[in-house]
Design a binder for this molecule. Structure first.
Ligand code: ATP
Ligand code: MG
Length: 561
């Protein structure tokens, strides 16, 4: 059970459940569902809904179903079903075998629709989609009755049966609920509940020529599964009246209720499957699991932990106010989780060669290093040290700016866990003038990085030994969009894709112990951030790491420092 992981602040949905339980409204039961449409991969917004639905069920000793809302055969695929199952499991939730599909209820849904027809509460409309839209009216204008609204029950039944048999073309007829064309709530203006669609379905094949619409399917699926609290996002608020109308007008096995909460909006990304699909199919990213994507599979590949995502979802809370969340909230949840459990190692991403002139040519040492600065239980390791090492290019400045406490000519710094070194000479490329090598001397009495005589050095650098280091590719990810709210308005949101959202460094050097890492292992590269061995491309011959997150807030600050 995950619910008790953190002290959970209450939210309005918990209050509703508490009241329902106090009034014995649901016979003491709490049964929720997470209802993804299998038309794409899950994203961090879905995680909010997953944590809420599964979290509530586990808190109240209830159940949560995983329900695939698969009523649109055009866009749905088995690949997505499998990916969704993997992602929900990875997040740490278990549907205990209750893997449900709306398509399993197609026969029952057909019978419910027939029941509405028989009650005179549904009719077959033969207007075109455009006419139906026109007749629907607007927020300020009442709708108009379709000329087919008063067809007899027999005619409606006959047409509906023939729709099912495939006698008509797509769009020729629809089945509509007969409610109220003058309703202030447009959802109640005789909504379409079935349409003709001659398409193969990923589960039912070619069995059906008609498919039920979301508003009709969802509430009845909830009723069939005995869901007590059907929790969805705010855009369905107006549809609640239709939800209730369907349940009230049919003899269903249970009477579920719908509650709405604000969806998660996260800065510098987009959380809409339609848009994410575009990014994938148009090749703006390498796939659904490209580590820049907000999908759970991408976030996982990037190195996020499931716990960090659950903490984040708890932290942002559940309200009815639409807000945008800053990426730093998610990153802080992640840093908190990673800090405690992630071993520290040394890696040099942009290497600069350093020769320690007074260190004997053949000497090698193994220096003791802690795997975690605050957790002795994580133990120590030995670091190989020798005459030639590499440091980070950024850690040297020939003409240091103010407050630059790292290496520069004549200055002394500490090599972490190793020695104090002083820079004596700078070698440059004759053509380009770039610094290509430094010559330094070390103080043999500073072994372990400890000051021999109380003298202080301000900078401590990470390093690797040339003779021992292993090569690696490191992928540095930045935000996918350069604008906080790229999909605001109707403009071209893709113009805000960040052209610098990934930088691939192929000549990185790692301390040799990382040879034994496995795909998905996480490390803190000291002073650089948290990194994760890439799930897909990792091999021990060619290590590939993804930067999960920097050590401090804001990429930009880090870049500038
Ligand atoms: P999208 O807009 O990305 O296509 P959707 O709502 O169409 O998402 P569904 O597969 O229907 O995707 O969503 C499954 C569940 O997840 C629904 O209950 C939906 O309300 C919820 N959900 C989707 N996006 C978010 C979000 N950004 N924040 C919270 N819950 C969400
Ligand atoms: Mg949807």
């Amino acid at each position: 059970m995950i619910a008790s992981e953190t002290t959970t602040p209450t939210n309005f949905i918990r209050k509703i459940i508490d009241e329902d339980l106090a009034q014995h409204k649901t016979k003491g039961r709490v049964h929720t569902r997470f209802p993804p449409e299998p038309n794409g991969y899950l994203h961090i917004g879905h995680a909010k809904s997953i944590c809420l639905n599964f979290g509530l069920a586990s808190e109240y000793g209830g159940k949560c179903n995983l329900r695939f809302d698969d009523t649109n055969p055009d866009k749905e695929e088995k690949e997505y079903v499998e990916a969704i199952k993997q992602d929900v499991s990875w997040l740490g939730y278990d549907w205990q075998g209750r893997e449900c599909y709306s398509s399993d209820y197609f026969e029952q849904l057909y019978d419910y629709a027939a029941d509405l027809i028989k009650q005179g509460k549904a009719y077959v409309d033969s207007m075109s989609a455009d006419e139906i839209r026109e007749y629907r009216g607007s927020l300020t204008q009442s709708g108009q009755d379709s000329p087919y609204r008063d067809r007899s029950v027999d005619e409606n039944m006959d047409l509906f049966e023939r729709m099912r048999k495939g006698e008509f073309k797509d769009g020729e007829h629809v089945l509509r609920a007969r409610i109220d064309m003058a309703s202030a709530n447009i959802s109640l203006r005789d909504p379409v509940i079935y349409r003709i669609k001659k398409a193969s379905h990923h589960r039912t094949g070619d069995e059906w020529n008609i498919y039920p619409l979301y508003d009709f399917t969802h509430c009845l699926s909830d009723a069939i599964e005995h869901i007590t609290h059907s929790i969805c996002t705010l855009e369905f608020e107006d549809n609640r009246a239709l939800y209730d109308w369907v349940i009230d007008n049919l003899d269903t096995p249970s009477t579920p209720h719908q509650y709405e909460f604000a969806r998660l909006n996260l800065d510098y990304t987009v959380l809409s499957k339609r848009k994410l699909i575009e990014l994938v199919t148009e090749g703006h990213v390498s796939g659904w699991d490209d580590p820049r994507m907000p999908t759970l599979s991408a976030i996982r590949r990037r190195g996020y932990t499931a716990k960090a995502i659950r903490d984040f979802c708890e932290r942002i809370g559940v309200t009815k106010n639409d807000t945008r969340i800053d990426m730093s909230v998610l990153e802080n949840s992640l840093r908190e989780d990673l800090d405690k459990q992630t071993p520290r190692v040394m890696a040099v991403l942009r290497p600069l060669r350093v020769v320690i002139d007074n260190y004997p040519d053949d000497m090698e040492e193994q220096l003791e290093a802690a795997n975690h600065p605050n957790d002795p239980n994580m133990g120590n390791r030995k670091l190989d040290f020798a005459k030639v090492i590499y440091i980070e290019r950024d850690d040297f400045m020939e003409e240091p700016v103010k407050k630059f406490f790292r290496l520069s000519p004549g200055k002394e710094v500490r090599l972490r866990y190793a020695y104090f070194i002083t820079c004596n000479e700078v070698i440059k490329d004759a053509d380009s003038g770039d610094v290509i090598e430094l010559h330094c001397s070390y103080d043999p009495d500073s072994r372990g990085g400890n000051s021999p005589d109380g003298r202080k050095v301000k900078g401590t650098l990470h390093w690797v030994s040339e003779r021992h280091a292993i090569k690696a590719e490191v992928r540095l990810y930045d935000r996918l969009f350069s604008k906080a709210n790229p999909d605001k308005g109707d403009g071209d949101w893709k113009q805000f894709l960040n052209p610098e959202s990934v930088e691939i460094l192929t000549d990185c050097l790692l301390e040799p112990g990382l040879r034994h890492a496995k795909a998905e292992d996480r490390f803190q590269f000291e002073r650089l951030g948290y990194f994760c061995a890439d799930k897909k491309d990792w091999s021990s011959d060619k290590p590939v790491f993804n930067r999960t997150v920097t050590l401090r807030d804001s990429w930009k600050k880090i870049k500038a420092s």
